[in-house]
Design a protein around this ligand. Structure first.
Ligand code: SAH
Length: 204
């Protein structure tokens, strides 16, 4: 799987190492384990999916820029099965990951127990509000796409920080959107089209 990511142009050493070390088959149903190392999203229950490895790697690489040092405090919206959270924890000093569906929050907790990632905190709640207690964040990453980037995320991003989220753009399609918060204001960049599950408000 990681060789294919390298062939696709993924270059960041720490991200590659994290993708190599987190075994994706531990996060999907045993009936799907034989597909765990293919570059495809897979169902994880409650109508949600584990993201494609190439997209996980691409988004985390965007968060890291070209820098080799670890990310500081990171907020992830949409824990799902916990796979991306585990990858993030290996390239960050601290990770807060929020999930709005209790069933998945608990599944992620069970999936991640054996990894003993002391810098990863799983939270149950509506990630559209962010998590103010952990702010400001060096990086924010969303695994579910909305029509817009919630203002709370931009507020909770540190100056110098970067946010990556699938978002509906003016063309009416979902694209990866990068927000860089600089001392002079917010810079928004729209990248390639993606297919993420919808960002929903409230908890379930
Ligand atoms: N990164 C995950 C991908 C999960 S899919 C993984 O590796 O498995 C996206 C997840 O976002 C779903 O579990 C969905 O329930 C969750 N989600 C959608 N809207 C949310 C919100 N407002 N707050 C928190 N989680 C949300």
């Amino acid at each position: 799987m990681v060789r294919k990511l390298e062939a696709q142009g993924l270059r960041h050493e720490a991200v590659l190492a994290a993708m190599r070390s987190v075994e994706r088959h531990r996060f999907v149903d045993s009936a799907l384990a034989n597909q765990a190392y293919e570059d495809t999203s897979l169902p994880i229950g409650l109508g949600q999916t584990i993201s494609k490895p190439s997209v996980v790697a691409r988004m985390i690489e965007l968060l890291c820029h070209d820098r080799s040092e670890k990310l500081g405090r990171v907020l992830e919206i949409g824990t799902g099965c916990g796979y991306q959270a585990a990858v993030l924890s290996s390239v960050s000093i601290e990770v807060y990951s929020m999930e709005r569906l209790r069933g998945l929050h608990e599944r992620a907790r069970a999936n991640l127990r054996a990894f003993r990632l002391s810098n990863l905190h799983l939270l149950m709640g509506d990630g559209m509000l962010g998590y103010a207690k952990g702010a400001p964040y060096a990086a924010i990453i969303a695994a579910a796409g909305g029509n817009d980037i919630p203002q709370a995320w931009i507020e909770q991003l540190a100056v110098g920080g970067r946010l990556v989220a699938p978002t509906v753009t003016s063309a009416g399609k979902q694209n990866l959107v990068v927000i860089d918060k600089t001392a002079r204001g917010v810079v928004r960049t729209e990248l390639e089209a993606v297919h993420f599950v919808p960002l929903k408000s409230g908890i379930g």
